[in-house]
Design a protein around this ligand. Structure first.
Ligand SMILES: *[C@@H]1O[C@H](CO)[C@@H](O)[C@H](O)[C@H]1NC(C)=O
Ligand SMILES: *[C@@H]1O[C@H](CO)[C@@H](O)[C@H](O)[C@H]1NC(C)=O
Ligand SMILES: *[C@@H]1O[C@H](CO)[C@@H](O)[C@H](O)[C@H]1NC(C)=O
Ligand SMILES: *[C@@H]1O[C@H](CO)[C@@H](O)[C@H](O)[C@H]1NC(C)=O
Ligand SMILES: *[C@@H]1O[C@H](CO)[C@@H](O)[C@H](O)[C@H]1NC(C)=O
Ligand SMILES: *[C@@H]1O[C@H](CO)[C@@H](O)[C@H](O)[C@H]1NC(C)=O
Ligand SMILES: *[C@@H]1O[C@H](CO)[C@@H](O)[C@H](O)[C@H]1NC(C)=O
Length: 476
């Protein structure tokens, strides 16, 4: 009898060891209840039920475990909160996660886009990256093509290794959407996503309205984000190919904990965990300064934050509506000072240090040279501008714009270069004004200076000549 008790005791112990060991997974038909969590192997992240501050609603989410208690990085049932503690999360044999309200008996949330094909042995596993992944047990984790993963459904936080953007093969889009408020993870007003109408670009939208463009990726960085540069904390990349389009970052030193978050206010913040202070510190924010307001200066206008007023027309352009422009309503923007008529004499003027314009409706080719790019633009009368799509090295690739150029700002020192189509006469007058610009001024200064020097030399000669004659006269 005591032997049986002992064996039974061992079995219970063994089972509990197995259980703690298996605390990073949920297996099919297992139920995760209100007070239970699963934890990633290194205890970096935890998944379970939570309530936001000052809220009586309950959600299934993922948060940091070792650091920063209460910092939620992912939420399952954002728009369908549980109002009591009777929630039950299960994984079906088909590999679908289902969140049920046990008192009401209804399904509150499910990972619907999962295939409904029956799995042999599906398992849900929380990784130390913060990714909750459903896969076939024993088959290893295929992060490229799992049954389902939380990384495919960004809430308001981009963690290292997450891809923000598009899987063009499946049509899946991963975009941030802000929480409605710090107490409510429901879909808020702001989204930060990649617009693929034209060359892919990251934009921040409020409802349907564009608030801010990061600017097209120029091979090294985003054209309008001069403060996002290579640094010692994390590296980042923007990938555009036939299969996918995404932005991604990774810490260079894995001891650094950082996240990118879209706040309910619409501010995009990069935060870094400071362990000694036990707090998140702001590393960088995409400030929506005056000039970052989308399309502030209208077509062919440029915004310079250190000028007053901030808007001016690009060289070769004049206000479309001079009265409105004078009243600082810049929305009509600027138009060519000499209208274009697709005359073969038309050419391109070079503009330096700019944030490249809105790429919606633009065209691109990553292998063309700048010369091919110019020819291509010149041969199409509706093409208004071109630029290299990759400024890395000697520059390569081609962007073409058609119609008005919108949302250009000055980026001091190292903005991008764009070539804009102008009429022959406009190009001539720019060349003329160029020749009287500081570069050529020395010639005009040298001539008068030379004459002054000549006059002085002649006077000195005459003076000595006269004096010598005088002294000679005395000797005689
Ligand atoms: C959760 O755990 C707390 C503390 O152990 C306990 O007081 C509470 O009754 C539990 N709630 C549920 C719903 O199990
Ligand atoms: C929660 O409510 C308290 C008291 O009303 C308030 O001081 C605090 O700022 C609130 N916290 C959040 C995150 O809203
Ligand atoms: C970023 O750094 C990580 C870690 O050093 C490295 O594995 C990764 O390849 C780097 N990515 C890029 C785009 O440089
Ligand atoms: C890009 O340009 C190269 C060189 O002109 C050309 O061979 C290639 O077909 C172009 N690609 C696309 C997608 O237009
Ligand atoms: C010029 O470019 C536009 C936009 O890409 C295109 O629709 C049009 O067919 C092109 N015209 C010519 C003559 O190539
Ligand atoms: C940009 O140009 C650099 C240098 O020529 C090259 O190494 C890189 O692969 C290019 N990037 C793309 C996306 O074509
Ligand atoms: C005017 O001068 C600038 C630099 O001084 C040069 O980049 C630009 O090409 C010139 N424009 C013309 C039309 O000569």
């Amino acid at each position: 009898m005591s032997k049986i008790k002992l064996i039974f005791g061992f079995l219970t112990l063994y089972a509990s060891i197995l259980r703690t060991h298996a605390a990073d997974t949920i297996s099919a038909n297992q139920i995760l209840r209100y007070n239970q969590t699963i934890t990633s192997p290194q205890e970096t992240f935890e998944l379970g039920f939570f309530s936001p501050p000052n809220s009586t609603n309950h959600y299934v989410g993922i948060w940091y475990k070792k650091i920063s208690s209460g910092t939620v990085v992912w939420v399952a049932n954002r728009n369908t909160p549980l109002t009591d503690t009777s929630g039950e999360l299960t994984l079906t044999l088909q590999g679908v996660l289902i969140l049920r309200d046990a008192t009401k008996g209804n399904v509150v949330w499910s990972s619907t886009n999962s295939p409904t094909m029956s799995k042999k042995n599906p398992i849900g596993q929380l990784l130390d990256t913060g990714n909750f992944i459903v896969h076939e047990e024993g088959e290893g984790i295929n992060q490229e093509d799992p049954v389902w993963q939380s990384f495919d459904f960004i809430t308001d936080t981009l963690l290292p290794g997450m891809k923000q953007g598009w899987n063009l093969m499946t049509g899946l889009e991963r975009r941030f959407t802000s929480w409605r408020s710090p107490n409510d993870p429901a879909f808020g007003e702001f989204s930060f996503w990649i617009d693929t109408r034209g060359y892919p670009q990251l934009i921040l939208t409020k409802g349907r309205e564009i608030k801010f463009r990061v600017g097209p990726w120029n091979g090294l960085r985003f054209s309008g984000m001069s403060n996002l540069r290579s640094n010692s904390l994390y590296n980042f990349t923007f990938v555009v190919n036939q299969r996918e389009i995404y932005y991604q970052y990774n810490p260079i030193d894995t001891s650094i904990i950082t996240r990118l978050v879209l706040q309910p206010s619409g501010r995009i913040e990069r935060l870094v965990w400071i362990d000694s202070k036990q707090e998140w510190s702001l590393y960088m924010a995409a400030e929506i300064d005056h000039c970052n307001q989308y399309a502030l200066c209208g077509p062919f206008g440029r915004c310079s934050i250190d000028k007053s007023p901030v808007c001016e027309c690009l060289e070769g352009f004049q206000p479309t509506s001079p009265d409105q422009w004078r009243d600082t309503d810049w929305s009509q923007g600027c138009q060519h000072s000499v209208p274009l008529d697709c005359n073969p004499g038309e050419g391109f003027n070079k503009y330096l240090n700019l944030k490249l314009p809105d790429t919606r409706g633009s065209w691109y080719n990553h292998t063309m040279t700048l010369v091919e790019c110019e020819q291509m633009c010149k041969s199409n009368c509706s093409c208004t501008a071109y630029a290299n799509s990759n400024i890395s090295g000697r520059g390569s690739g081609c962007f073409l714009w058609f119609g008005g150029l919108i949302d250009i700002r000055t980026i001091a020192d190292d903005g991008d270069t764009i070539y804009i189509r102008l009429s022959a006469s406009e190009l001539e007058s720019i060349e003329d004004s160029n020749s009287s610009s500081p570069g050529r001024r020395p010639i005009r200064i040298i001539v008068p200076m030379a004459s002054v020097v000549l006059v002085i030399l002649i006077s000195i000669y005459l003076f000595y000549h006269f004096n010598r004659k005088k002294s000679n006269n005395r000797k005689v």
